[in-house]
Ligand binder design. Structure first.
Ligand code: TEU
Length: 557
C-alpha cells in the first residue's frame, strides 16, 4: 500500500487575525495571507492550516462560529478562500481548515432557534437541563453538574426565559452541540463535504474528543473521550471523506497514548493524527496552566518518548511546541530574551523536527518570536486569560501574581502580530493592530532573517528540507538516550541501516555527557550553537556549548 502523502509533510499554522493585514483595518485577513504564500513556501512547509475565518461574533477569535459555510467580513470573502486554495494548489501546497463542531456561537441560527422555546424542533441540537431537583434556576449549586468550564466558572448557563441551563464547556457564548442527536452529526458531515467540494485538503478538528458526553441525571458524568467518541469520529469520517486521502488531525486534550492509537489506527478509519496535550502540561501544576512550574526536561523527554514508542507500530504522531493557544516556546522552554535566544530556538526546533511524526510550525516560531511583556491586565484580549484573571482577582489573588502568571502563559503571546520587518507595526498593518506588536520586532523579523544562513528561519528551512531528503527522518525508529539528564535531549533514529544521532543541550551552561561509541567522524547533517562556548575543551562529541545542537548520520554495519 502506498504511504499517505502527509507522512513527509510539514504544516504551517496561520492565525489569520494576526498574520498579515491587507486593508489597514488592523486585523489580518485572507488576502494578506495570500500575499505571503511565497514566504511559507520558501520556508518549505507544504501544508497550511488556517485557524477559523468563518462568520463569528469573535468572542473567542473565531472559535465561536455563527455560520460554518461563509467567511467573516473581517477576514475577506468566500472568493478569497477559493483564491487561497487555487494559489496553494498551484504551488503544490495544501489547505487544512479548522473545524469547530463541539460548539457553535450562541449567535448561530441553530442556537437562536434552540433557545426560543422548549418545544423548538432545534432544542435537542444542544444540551438543555433543568436545575437540580427542588432548586431554582440560577441559584448557587443548582447547576446540573459541578463541571468547570475551560474558560472559568460553571459549564452551565441559566436561560431564564425557558427555565433550563445550556451546556458550554468553553465560554458562555460557545454552547455545546448535542452529538447524541443524529441530525447534528448529519449536518456536520454535510458541511465537511461542502468544503471538500470547494477543494480543501484536510481538516483540523477543534477539541473533537469532547463531543461525546456522559451525562447522568444524578449530576455525575464526564466529557473527555466519552463513551461514543470513536463511533462518532468513525461515522463522520465515513460520511464526510470516506475513501479520500486527506490530512486530518483531531485536537484531543486529555487523550492518552492508548486513546491516540485508537484514533489514528488506519484500520479504524478515524483520524490521521491527533494533537495530544501531555507535553503541554509539563509546566502546569495541579491548578492548571496558570499554576506555573519550572520545565522539567527529564519529564518532558519521557512523555515525548512514550508517545514515540506508543505510536511506533500503529498510528502516527503530530509534533508541536506551540500554537495559537500556547506561549512562545523560546520564552517558555528556551533562553527567552537573552543572548542565546536564537540558539535556543534552533535547538528546540532540531529536537522536535527529528522526532517521528508530522511537525507543525506556528507563525513566528520560525523566527524565534518571544512572549509579549504585558505590564497591565488591561492589555489582554484573550477570553481565557481575561476570565481567569477576573476569577483569580475575585478570589483575592495578588494582582501582581495574576499579571506574572499571564505573562508566562497567556494565549495572547502567540497572538500578537506577525513580525514581517522593522517598519512601523512590524509591517503587519498600516493601521492600528488589534493587539500591540511585540517591542522585540526591530530585532526579530522575517526581513532580517530570510536569506541569512545563520538565522532561525534558515535553520527551520534546513530541518524541513532534511525530512524531504532522508527517509530515516520520516520513518526511523526512535530511541531516547540519557533519559534522566536534566538538560541534554539525545536520541537516535534508525531506518534500514541508516542512523541519526540527535543531541541538544537545552540549557545556557556548557555540559559534558557520555554518548554511544561509533559516532566520531560521522557526517554532521545539521548543527547550531558553539561548542567552544562551553568553556571546556571540546575533546569529544559529548562536550556541548550552551544551547548547542547537532544531528549526525552514519550507516550501521
Ligand atoms: O482549544 C482547546 C484547548 O483545550 C486548549 O488549548 C484551550 O485553548 C485552553 O486554553 C486550555 O487551557 C481549542 C482551540 O484551539 C482554542 O483556541 C479555542 O479557544 C478552544 O478550543 C475552544 O474552541
Amino acid at each position: 500500500m502506498s504511504q499517505p502523502w502527509w507522512r513527509t509533510s510539514v504544516v504551517y499554522q496561520v492565525y489569520p487575525r494576526s498574520f498579515a493585514d491587507s486593508n489597514g483595518d488592523g486585523y489580518g485577513d485572507l488576502p494578506g495571507l495570500i500575499d505571503r504564500l511565497d514566504y511559507i513556501q520558501a520556508l518549505g512547509a507544504d501544508v497550511v492550516w488556517v485557524s477559523p475565518f468563518y462568520p463569528s461574533p469573535q468572542a473567542d477569535n473565531g472559535y465561536d462560529i455563527s455560520d460554518y459555510q461563509g467567511v467573516d467580513p473581517l477576514f475577506g470573502t468566500i472568493a478569497d478562500v477559493d483564491r487561497l486554495i487555487a494559489q496553494l494548489h498551484a504551488r503544490g501546497m495544501k489547505l487544512v481548515i479548522d473545524i469547530v463542531v463541539n460548539h457553535t456561537s450562541d449567535e448561530h441560527p441553530w442556537f437562536l432557534e434552540a433557545r426560543n422555546s422548549r418545544e423548538s424542533p432545534r432544542r435537542e441540537w444542544y444540551w438543555w437541563r433543568p436545575p437540580r431537583e427542588g432548586m431554582a434556576i440560577g441559584a448557587p449549586g443548582a447547576e446540573p453538574t459541578t463541571w468547570q468550564a475551560f474558560f472559568s466558572g460553571s459549564t452551565w448557563e441559566p436561560d431564564l426565559a425557558t427555565g433550563e441551563y445550556y451546556l458550554h464547556l468553553f465560554d458562555r457564548k460557545q454552547p455545546d452541540l448535542n452529538w447524541e442527536n443524529p441530525d447534528v452529526r448529519a449536518a456536520v458531515a454535510e458541511m465537511l463535504r461542502w468544503w471538500l467540494d470547494r477543494g480543501v485538503d484536510g481538516f483540523r478538528f477543534d477539541v473533537i474528543n469532547l463531543v461525546s458526553k456522559q451525562f447522568n441525571a444524578d449530576g455525575t458524568g464526564w466529557f473527555f473521550n466519552g463513551p461514543r467518541i470513536h463511533e462518532f469520529v468513525a461515522e463522520m469520517h465515513e460520511n464526510a471523506w470516506g475513501g479520500k486521502q486527506l490530512i486530518t488531525v483531531g485536537e484531543c486534550p486529555g487523550a492518552t497514548v492508548d486513546d491516540a492509537v485508537r484514533f489514528t489506527d488506519p484500520a479504524r478509519g478515524e483520524f490521521d493524527m491527533v494533537f495530544q496535550f501531555e507535553h503541554m502540561g509539563v509546566d502546569h501544576g495541579m491548578g492548571g496552566r496558570y499554576d506555573i512550574r519550572p520545565v522539567d526536561w527529564a519529564r518532558l523527554k519521557s512523555i515525548m518518548a512514550r508517545w514515540q514508542d506508543g505510536l511506533a507500530d500503529v498510528g502516527w504522531n503530530s509534533l508541536y511546541w506551540c500554537n495559537h493557544d500556547q506561549p512562545r516556546p523560546v520564552s517558555r522552554y528556551g533562553a527567552g530574551d537573552t543572548a542565546y535566544r536564537a540558539a535556543s530556538a534552533k535547538a528546540l526546533a532540531t529536537v522536535l523536527h527529528l522526532h517521528r511524526g508530522t511537525p507543525y510550525v506556528y507563525q513566528g516560531e520560525e523566527l524565534g518570536m518571544v512572549n509579549y511583556p504585558f505590564t497591565s491586565l488591561e492589555q489582554l484580549d484573550d477570553v481565557e486569560s481575561r476570565n481567569w484573571s477576573a476569577e483569580a482577582l475575585g478570589k483575592g489573588m495578588d494582582p501582581a501574581a495574576v499579571l506574572a502568571a499571564v505573562n508566562v502563559q497567556s494565549r495572547d503571546h502567540a497572538r500578537t502580530p506577525m513580525q514581517w520587518d522593522s517598519s512601523e507595526h512590524a509591517g503587519f498593518t498600516t493601521g492600528t493592530p488589534w493587539l500591540p506588536v511585540n517591542p522585540a520586532y526591530r530585532e526579530i523579523n522575517a526581513a532580517a532573517q530570510v536569506g541569512d544562513p545563520e538565522s532561525v528561519f534558515a535553520h527551520y528551512q534546513r530541518l524541513i528540507a532534511l525530512r524531504r531528503e532522508l527517509p530515516v527522518v520520516v520513518d526511523g525508529r526512535f530511541e531516547l538516550l540519557l533519559a534522566d539528564h536534566p538538560s541534554v535531549y539525545a536520541f537516535t533514529r534508525v531506518w534500514e541501516g541508516d542512523a541519526l544521532l540527535v543531541v541538544a543541550n537545552l540549557s545556557g551552561e556548557g555540559v559534558e555527557v557520555g554518548l554511544p561509541d561509533g559516532w566520531d567522524g560521522a557526517e554532521v547533517v545539521i548543527a547550531s550553537g558553539d561548542p567552544a562556548a562551553s568553556g571546556m575543551t571540546p575533546a569529544h562529541l559529548g562536550v556541548l556549548g550552551p544551547w548547542q545542537a547537532w544531528v549526525r548520520r552514519r550507516q550501521l554495519g
